[in-house]
Design a protein around this ligand. Structure first.
Ligand code: PMT
Length: 338
C-alpha cells in the first residue's frame, strides 16, 4: 500500500476495480473488526473499502475470539451489509482449544468461490467458442499471423461454463491455461479451425467467434525453408481463407451465431454490415485503434450490435466483460428461442 511506485499507479484502486469477487481466507477477528469500522490501514482493508465487488470472508480464529460479543456484533454488522461468511467450521484448533473458529477446508472454500460465478442462464446448452490467432505457414519456420492473445475468447469460455454451458473452446496458438471445465481443441491454421468448428457446431446451440482468423494464407506453403534470393524484394501470393463464422451461420439449422468485429474506424457501421453480410444474430464490435482495449490487452470495451439496437459496454477487465457478454448473449438466445 505504501510503495510509492504502486501508489502512483493507485494499485489498491486498480485491484479494487479489477476483482470480480473478493474472498478473504483466512479472515481474522482483527480483519473483521477493520472491515466493520471501514478502516483503510493496509492493502487488504483498503481494497475492500474501495471495491464494489462482492466480499466473502472465511473466518479463522480461536473459539473464544469467535464467541466474543465484539466479534459477534461485527459479524451481524457485516452480514447486514451483504458481506457473506463462509464458515467458520468447528473442531480442534491450533492452540489446543476445541470449538467454532476453524477455517473451512481450502477445497471447500475453492468450490464455494467457484459457485459464486455460476448463474445457470446457459444450463444444459452447448456453446462453441473460437479464440486466439491463426498461423498461416509460408515454410517450416515462418508464418503470417496477428497479435491476438486469446484472452477475450478464453474469458468468454470461462463465463459460458460459469453460466452452466457445456463449453468447447477452439483455439489458435496461445499461451493461456485452459479454463476450468472447458473442452479445448488446439489448432494452428484457419483451415484447421474451420474443420474443428464445423464438427463441433453440428451439436451446438450457440457459436461465438472471438478468434482473429487470418483472412488470407500463402498460396504456396514451401516444404523447405525459403532461401534469401538476390532480389531486394519478395512477393508472396495469398489466397482467401474460408470465413468460419459465416459458414456456421449459413447452415440450415444454424446455432445462435455471434461474431466479433475488430475495426479501426467506423466501428459500429462496419460491424453492422458484418452482422447482415454474415447472417449473424449478434456482433460484438471492438475498436482496436485503442491499444488499451482489443488485441492482447487485459481490458476491453465493446458495442454489442443487435439487428434493431446497440448496447455499449464500458472498459473493464476481459473477465468482467465476458460475464456481461454471456448474460446478453443468453438473454437474446432465449428471447429468439421464445
Ligand atoms: O485475443 P485477444 O488478444 O484477447 O483480442 C481479442 C480480439 C480483439 C481478437 C477479439 O475481441 C476480436 O475482436 N476478435 C475478432 C477479430 C477479427 O478477426 O475480426 P474481423 O472483423 O476480421 O472478423 C469478423 C468475424 O469473422 C470474427 O468473429 C472472426 O472470428 C470471424 N472470421 C473472420 C475471418 C475468417 N476467415 N473466419 C472467421 O470466422
Amino acid at each position: 500500500l505504501l510503495d510509492p511506485a504502486a501508489e502512483a499507479a493507485m494499485g489498491h484502486i486498480e485491484l479494487a476495480r479489477w476483482a470480480d469477487h473478493i474472498l478473504v481466507a483466512p479472515a481474522s477477528a482483527d480483519f473483521m473488526a477493520q472491515l466493520t469500522v471501514g478502516s483503510g490501514e493496509n492493502l487488504l482493508s483498503t481494497i475492500c473499502l474501495a471495491s464494489k465487488a462482492r466480499i466473502v470472508l472465511a473466518p479463522a480464529m480461536n473459539q473464544g475470539m469467535w464467541r466474543n460479543q465484539s466479534t459477534q456484533d461485527n459479524v451481524a454488522t457485516l452480514t447486514k451489509r451483504n458481506i457473506q461468511l463462509f464458515g467458520p467450521a468447528e473442531g480442534s484448533q491450533a492452540c489446543g482449544d476445541i470449538g467454532p473458529g476453524r477455517m473451512k477446508e481450502p477445497n471447500d472454500i475453492a468450490l464455494f468461490a467457484a459457485s459464486l460465478f455460476e448463474s445457470g442462464i446457459l444450463a444444459g446448452k452447448n456453446v462453441v467458442i473460437t479464440a486466439g490467432p491463426t498461423r498461416e505457414a509460408l515454410d517450416p519456420v515462418r508464418y503470417i499471423s496477428n497479435y491476438s492473445s486469446g484472452k477475450m475468447g478464453f474469458a468468454i469460455a470461462q463465463a459460458a461454463t460459469d453460466a452452466g454451458a457445456v463449453t468447447t473452446l477452439i483455439t489458435g496458438p496461445v499461451s493461456l491455461p485452459t479454463p476450468l471445465d472447458v473442452t479445448r481443441i488446439d489448432v494452428i491454421s484457419a483451415q484447421d479451425m474451420f474443420a474443428a468448428a464445423m464438427q463441433a457446431c453440428s451439436q451446438c446451440d450457440i457459436f461465438i467467434a472471438a478468434a482473429a482468423v487470418a483472412d488470407y494464407r500463402p498460396v504456396n506453403q514451401h516444404s523447405q525453408k525459403i532461401k534469401k534470393g538476390a532480389s531486394d524484394t519478395m512477393n508472396i501470393e495469398l489466397t482467401k481463407n474460408i470465413d468460419i463464422v459465416a459458414s456456421v451461420a449459413a447452415q440450415d439449422n444454424k446455432p445462435f451465431t455471434v461474431g466479433f468485429a475488430a475495426e479501426t474506424e467506423h466501428v459500429v457501421s462496419y460491424a453492422r454490415e458484418k452482422l447482415k453480410r454474415k447472417n449473424l444474430d449478434l456482433v460484438i464490435a471492438n475498436d482496436i485503434s485503442n491499444s488499451a482495449i482489443g488485441f492482447n490487452s487485459d481490458d476491453n470495451a465493446v458495442t454489442v450490435i443487435y439487428p434493431d439496437k446497440e448496447k455499449t459496454l464500458e472498459q473493464r477487465s476481459k473477465s468482467q466483460l465476458a460475464t456481461h457478454l454471456i448474460e446478453l448473449i443468453a438473454e437474446q438466445f432465449h428471447h429468439l428461442a421464445g
